[in-house]
Design a protein around this ligand. Sequence first.
Ligand SMILES: O=C(O)CCC(=O)C(=O)O
Length: 283
Amino acid sequence: MVRKFKLAICQSNAAGDKTSNIRHADEMVRQAASQGAEVVMLPEMFNCPYRTELFPAYAESYPNGETIQMLSGTAKAAGIVLVGGSIPEIDGDTVYNTSFIFGPQGELLGRHRKVHLFDVDLPDLKVRESSTLGPGNNLTVVNAGFCKLGIIICFDVRFPEIARLLAMEGIQALMIPAAFNTVTGPAHWELSMRMRAVDNQIYVAAASPARDEKAGYVAYGHSMVVDPWGEVLVEAGLGSEIIMAEIDPVKMEEVRGRLPLLAQRRTDLYSLEWKKEDGNENN
Ligand SMILES: O=C(O)CCC(=O)C(=O)O
């Protein structure tokens, strides 16, 4: 049964030491759970600095990697759904930017490998994720019983098609582990999160790392939860911080009832389709 629940975002910070990044994330997740959160999310690349050339050295494989073990164990110990931000995952010869999602028994509920790699050449920012990462090919929906969540990672948010496809799968919340920066963040972070919420009439939760001005890549911060009307319910500052909001399916249906956008689509004129056969896999 879909019902109301408390969602928390841990705006953790990641420096060079992987073990202390994992410990810091673990402590924050447990603290969020002790404050009543039933779903908790960490940011993109929460166990390593966001630097493409470092991803292979920090990568680990499912199920024995130390970060993956922590995520599963902490989800179980705290009895929560844990959207484990993202980490560099290695499978065969390829490294992916992957979000592992674990349930209250420590079971894997889903795995999203970032579909759209962040390759940009801006005046003050050049990033080429494809130099060390391969793209994922799955549309990721997690059914946790009391809620259905869609998972995308950071740059994926700029492609409204994937959010719409997830909305059509009946999710209540779009979960976005992310790491925008001080160049694109001020311009597009809030706008993108609010627009995906407004176009699809869903909750959007976006987790950023805390800001570290000394890092090579300076994360934007400002983790937030947006409601289906587009209102920012809660927003973090720049530091290490936990934010919480209530996800209410009744409120979502009220918005959809009054402004029935999804029902008013002209599907006789256009369509949107996920082309991979395994597109809706849980893991
Ligand atoms: O889309 C952006 O501006 C930031 C994307 C990003 O940082 C990422 O995908 O890791």
